[in-house]
Design a protein around this ligand. Sequence first.
Ligand code: ADP
Length: 260
Amino acid sequence: RHKVELHTDRRDELGELAASITTLSDDLERLKNERNEFLASISHELRTPLTYLKGYADIISRGDISGNERNEYIEIIREETEQLVVLVKNLFELAKMDQNRFIINKENVVFGNLIHTITERIRPALEEKNITFSVRCPSHINAHIDPERIQQVLLNILDNAKKHTSQGKRISLEVSQNKRDIITMISDEGEGIPEEDLPYIFERLYRVEKSRSRLSGGTGLGLAIAKEIVEFHGGTIKVRSKLGEGTSFIMTLQRGDSHE
Ligand code: ADP
C-alpha cells in the first residue's frame, strides 16, 4: 500500500514538473516575441531619422538651392542627429537596466532642495509658454535617493507636461508625505491621454500619437526609463488622466529616514 502511495506522489510531482515546463516554454516564447517586436520598433525608430538625414544631405549636395534653404536643411539635420543621439543613449541605458548593470548612487538628501533645483531649471521654459507653475513641498522631508536620477525622472515628467499643455494653462507639483512614503504629484491641465492608451504609456517606444510626438522630439522611451529608475529605488509611478482635462503623474518613494 505504501508503495502505491509513493507512486501516486511521484506521478503528481512529474505532472507538476511537466506543467511548469510548459509554463516556462510559454514564457520563453512570449519573451522572444516581445524581443522581436522591440527590435522591429528600434529598427523603425532608427530608420526614420536616418532617411531624413540622407534625404536632406542629398538635397544639399546637389547644390541647386538657396542659402536660406541650405541653412534650414542643415538645421533639420542637426536636430535629427541630436534626436538620434538621445535615442541611442536611452536605449543603452535601458539595456544596462535589463542586465542589472544600472547603478544608482543613493545618498541622503533634503527633498525640498532637490525640488527647488528642478523647478528652477524648468521654470524658464514654462514661463516662455505662459504656463502658470505652482510648487508645494514641505521643507523638512529627507530622502535616501540618487538625486541625479530622481531629477531626471521629474524633469522628464515636467517636460512632457509642458509639451502637452497649451499656453496660459497650469502645471502643479505637490509633495506630501505619510509615515512610509514621499509622494510627488505633477499635474497638468493639458490635452490628456486617451483611456485606451493609458495602460501602455510606460512601455518602451510607446507613443500616443505616433508621428506628432516624434516631431516634437520624443523618443517614446522617457517614461519607460523613468519607471525603471523609480522601481530601482523601490518606489512606484502611476498615471491618471482624462482626455481634454489633464494628466497627473504620481511618484511614490520610501522616506529616507524610515529605513536607514
Ligand atoms: P515621448 O518621448 O514620446 O514623450 P514618453 O515615454 O515620455 O515618450 O511618453 C509616452 C507618451 O505618453 C508620449 O508620447 C505622450 O503621448 C504621452 N504623455 C506623456 N506625458 C503626457 C502628458 N503630461 N500629457 C499628455 N500625454 C502625455
